[in-house]
Design a protein around this ligand. Structure first.
Ligand SMILES: Nc1ncnc2c1ncn2[C@@H]1O[C@H](COP(=O)(O)OP(=O)(O)OP(=O)(O)O)[C@@H](O)[C@H]1O
Ligand SMILES: [Mg+2]
Length: 360
């Protein structure tokens, strides 16, 4: 732990399509933006959650530090996907020592990796909260494979950064949400982060995480389906998805393209929605304390114009795209406000990471 005066850390979210960097300044309880950058990674740098090209990531991180003239090197970052396991337990009230003993047992029981191979942490959800019966305490156990965590920390160290806090995407998103969307403390809401390869579903009951799941599906599916069905290159498929121009001329007539693309996009949106639905159904069947009342979307793929509509229609729930900077002051002399709003949903995890403080 570090007892410096400045407890702030830079939030860095290494996604498979880009690295997001966010720095926040907290003064009198209010946040303002200090650093912000989204730097695209070359395709194939991270595949299936594994960093294939370490050098690409390290180079990019170094560039980002220089570009933003970052002096303090303390960062918080996160892991997600199949190397992380989260599980919620409900116990009668117990002391810290008893809890520690209990957790050791749960790890043996529920974590499919050897105990020596994981880092773990427990988070006690307020035992007095309204969701709990009196005298009960709810605990979330998070275990992450040491191998994966170490790979990330080594990488940051090599880039000249000090990884001080290792979070998980779901909790970072929860913190970001609590800052920007107060007023949902008495509701059940689903936070859905749709990236390029992973979709994190995190259901909050009365402001606390009750169910989390990482699904291996994301915006890359739109691109690969367009590529396959229209027989175009990956770059062309990506720009068709984004509605941009197509670069090299294509054989198909322009009039047909938007329609065909629209159809593919719609059917992929339906597949993604089915996966989200499956998670919500699983939550309802297993542990629900009521009905989900609203879906909050984030991640780069929440920018797909029709996705929110498809989810809204199929799940019969109101859907809102999250702005992680909603309650964060952005100095318009220093930042391009419109540009930031444009890419904001991608920064959901990084904003949550930047809200962490040394020693917490
Ligand atoms: N305007 C847009 N319209 C449609 N899709 C978009 C848009 N902007 C970004 N995307 C898509 O969002 C995805 C990237 O989102 P995000 O930055 O949240 O992912 P990531 O964090 O890099 O990936 P992951 O977390 O899955 O490893 C890509 O598939 C990209 O094509
Ligand atoms: Mg991501």
């Amino acid at each position: 732990m570090i007892f410096g005066r400045d407890k702030s850390v830079i939030g860095i979210d290494v996604g498979s399509s880009s690295i997001k960097l966010v720095g926040l300044k907290k003064s009198k309880g209010l946040y303002s933006l200090e650093f912000f950058q989204i730097a695209p990674l070359e395709p194939e740098t991270i595949v299936d959650g594994t960093i294939v090209s370490k050098d690409n990531v390290i180079d990019k991180l170094r560039e980002m530090i220089v570009h933003n003239a970052i002096k303090s090197k303390s960062i918080s970052t996160s892991v997600s996907g199949h190397s992380v396991i989260m599980k919620k337990f409900s116990y009668p009230y117990m002391t810290q020592d008893e809890l520690e003993e209990q957790i050791q047992w749960e790890i043996e029981q529920y974590i499919p990796f050897d105990r020596e191979d994981v880092y773990y942490d427990v988070k006690i959800i307020d035992s007095m909260s309204m969701t709990n019966e009196a005298g009960k305490m709810e605990v979330i156990l998070v275990a992450a494979k040491k191998e994966v965590v170490n790979e990330y920390t080594d990488l940051f160290s090599e880039a000249g950064l000090k990884p001080m806090i290792m979070d998980v995407d779901a909790f970072a998103i929860e913190n970001m949400f609590q800052l920007n969307y107060p007023g949902y403390e008495n509701d059940i809401v689903a936070l859905v982060n749709i990236g390029a390869t992973i979709t994190n579903v995190n259901i909050l009951e009365n402001g606390a995480s009750a169910f989390t799941r990482d699904i291996n599906i994301g915006g890359n599916l739109y691109t690969s389906e367009i590529q396959k069905q229209m027989n175009v290159s990956q770059e062309q498929a990506e720009s068709l998805k984004l509605g941009g121009d197509f670069g090299a001329p294509m054989e198909t007539t322009e009039a047909v393209i938007p329609q065909e693309v629209g159809g593919i996009i719609r059917s992929v949106s339906e597949s993604i929605t089915s996966e989200i639905q499956r998670s919500l159904d699983f939550y309802v069947a297993s542990s629900a304390k009521g009905r989900v009342s609203r879906v909050f979307l984030m991640g780069g793929s929440s920018k797909i114009p029709s996705l929110a509509n498809v989810i809204e229609t199929k799940l019969e729930l109101p859907v809102e795209v999250v702005n992680p900077f909603k309650e964060i002051e952005i100095n318009q002399n220093k930042f391009n406000f419109e540009q930031i709003q444009e890419v904001a949903p991608s920064a959901a995890v990084a904003v949550g990471l930047a809200m962490r403080e040394l020693g917490d």
